[in-house]
Design a protein around this ligand. Structure first.
Ligand SMILES: Cc1cc2nc3c(=O)[nH]c(=O)nc-3n(C[C@H](O)[C@H](O)[C@H](O)COP(=O)(O)OP(=O)(O)OC[C@H]3O[C@@H](n4cnc5c(N)ncnc54)[C@H](O)[C@@H]3O)c2cc1C
Length: 471
């Protein structure tokens, strides 16, 4: 998913946009340093906008401190002033707890015990909400459905209903630092309020850098070559069989991809314990995305001042998720995002022009028609919806590239494309990295690491360390 595609002199990422973990001293950056390729993956600390039918919030010109959005919301919703204060007190408590958890990660012995005690104390302040869903949490703090959507709307992007999302997780998916890069961040602050960055030149530089390490160390990369079977001998993974029937022997197999595709398709149910089969079948997955890449010949910043903005269009998040899961595509009416990567990476567009990505969550399989049959029609509708915010998108399009769920399915070798891996649905339990089959490890967005670039990277790093220490 971290690929950058090109057409007619423009370039666009097909997946991740604003990433956590890549600022100096943060987790993904440290992994790149450990691999010796950090300088090949330059990134820039940024923030994004948030737009709703009722109002839009963009970072103010002059920095107004870490709580400027709270104060702006009080002006917009004076009757909810006290509620906003209460929510932000909860937010601060959760950030404190998350920050302690982060600092505790490398601690050992007495230091670890000390952190545990402090976390236990911090937990007392939020303990009463531990079983709440995101929806309950929002109902507790706010009356206005607009405010509830403001803080929680991103869950619909994860194809997770408010009633399915853990309430204590709400601050982590709506960090203030995502909306103003001037708010002090980790690691300087030791706070869990992380910095968000764009990978300059597109996420492909991440792939190239890491692939470079593999090649420089005598590794070989085969692309366009599906694995059709993981070879087992005596209950142990001993290699993979490729689509052309070739067998590649291996000391260990690290499989990434869909959990069902890997375990049921490549390994086979007959070789798996019944509990693992039930566990895999019990997980809910995300749906896919419809992405329209445009090359335009004008500067969109008068209409969208930040490179990225999420446009929320519905307050019925429960209904939106339910509809997505039944193949009922919203055609942009529930929301979408617009991203202009060439603002931070001019190499992604010819001089004076811009690369624009418009995408929205979309059902893996349409209830009516097929993605290939309706590709252009649904892309047109999405661009029309985006044009309400950036006029001129259609008339001034120089080139267009549409990616449907069918394209994503094919790229990822998934039968059902889940765009961010395992969603944060309460009760979901993705398969562990260590599988019941000796020498077979499961990594990637549908493993216990869960999705997102940082999670996938740190998960893979943990597996590498466990293999090296023979754990
Ligand atoms: C539109 C979009 C936006 C996103 N936004 C963000 C974001 O803002 N921030 C963020 O952190 N994350 C984001 N993500 C999610 C993130 O990109 C993914 O969770 C993560 O990159 C997944 O990495 P992975 O290695 O698990 O999977 P992938 O990148 O899918 O890699 C798995 C690879 O395995 C290959 N494969 C699978 N099965 C086989 C087989 N049988 N034989 C051969 N090869 C096989 C696939 O072809 C694929 O190349 C986004 C994703 C999408 C699609």
């Amino acid at each position: 998913m971290t690929a950058t595609v090109t057409q007619d002199g423009y370039g666009w990422d097909i997946g991740p946009l604003l990433l956590e973990g890549f600022a100096p001293g943060d987790k993904a950056r440290l992994i790149l340093e450990e691999l010796g390729v950090s300088e090949r993956v330059p990134s820039v600390h940024e923030d994004r906008g948030l737009s709703m039918p009722e109002f839009s919030l963009w970072r103010p010109k002059e920095y107004e401190g870490p709580y400027w959005r709270r104060e702006r919301l009080k002006e917009l919703f004076p009757q909810e002033s006290a509620h906003l204060d209460r929510y932000y007190r909860f937010y601060d408590r959760m950030i404190r707890l998350m920050s302690l958890a982060r600092q505790a990660e490398p601690a050992r012995g007495l230091a670890a015990l000390w952190f545990k005690l402090r976390m236990l104390l911090a937990f007392q302040g939020v303990k009463d909400k531990v079983k709440w869903s995101g929806g309950q949490l929002m109902d507790h703090y706010f009356d206005s459905p607009v405010l509830k959507t403001f803080f929680l709307g991103i869950v619909a992007d994860f194809v997770t209903a408010p009633s399915e999302f853990p309430g204590l997780g709400v601050p982590s998916i709506h960090l203030e630092t995502a909306f103003d890069k001037r708010i002090p961040t980790y690691p300087g602050t030791k706070s869990a309020q992380t910095a968000y960055t764009y990978i300059l030149g597109g996420c492909q530089s991440l792939v190239n850098a890491v692939m470079g390490v593999t090649l420089a160390n005598g590794g070989k990369v085969l692309t366009g070559m599906a694995v059709k079977r993981i070879v087992l001998e005596g209950g142990r993974a001993t290699g993979v069989e490729l689509a052309d029937g070739r067998i590649e022997p291996a000391d260990r197999v690290l499989a990434s991809g869909g959990m069902k595709e890997v375990f049921f398709g490549l390994v086979g149910r007959e070789s798996l314990p019944a509990e693992l089969i039930t566990q895999i079948e019990s997980n809910r997955l995300m749906e896919s995305v419809l992405m329209v890449q445009l090359g335009i010949d004008f500067d969109p910043t008068p209409y969208q001042p930040a490179a990225l903005c999420y446009y929320y269009k519905t307050q019925d998040l429960e209904g939106a998720v339910r509809r997505l899961r039944t193949g009922d595509y919203h055609e942009g009416k529930d929301g979408f995002l617009i991203y202009v990567p060439s603002l931070h990476s001019p190499s992604l567009a010819p001089a004076g022009k811009h690369a624009v990505t418009i995408y929205t969550v979309a059902p893996d399989t349409l209830a009516e028609g097929t993605w290939s049959g309706r590709k252009e029609e649904l892309a047109d509708k999405l661009v029309a919806a985006a044009e309400a915010h950036i006029p001129g998108l259609r008339a001034r399009t120089q080139t267009r590239l549409v990616l449907t769920p069918e394209d994503y399915r094919q790229r990822t070798a998934q039968k059902h494309h889940s765009f961010g891996g395992v969603p944060p649905v309460m009760g979901n339990k993705p398969p562990a990295h260590k599988t019941p089959i000796k020498d077979l490890w499961f990594i990637g967005a549908q493993s216990e690491s869960t999705g997102g670039v940082l999670n996938v990277m740190t998960g893979a790093q943990k597996v590498a360390k466990r293999i090296l220490t023979d754990e």
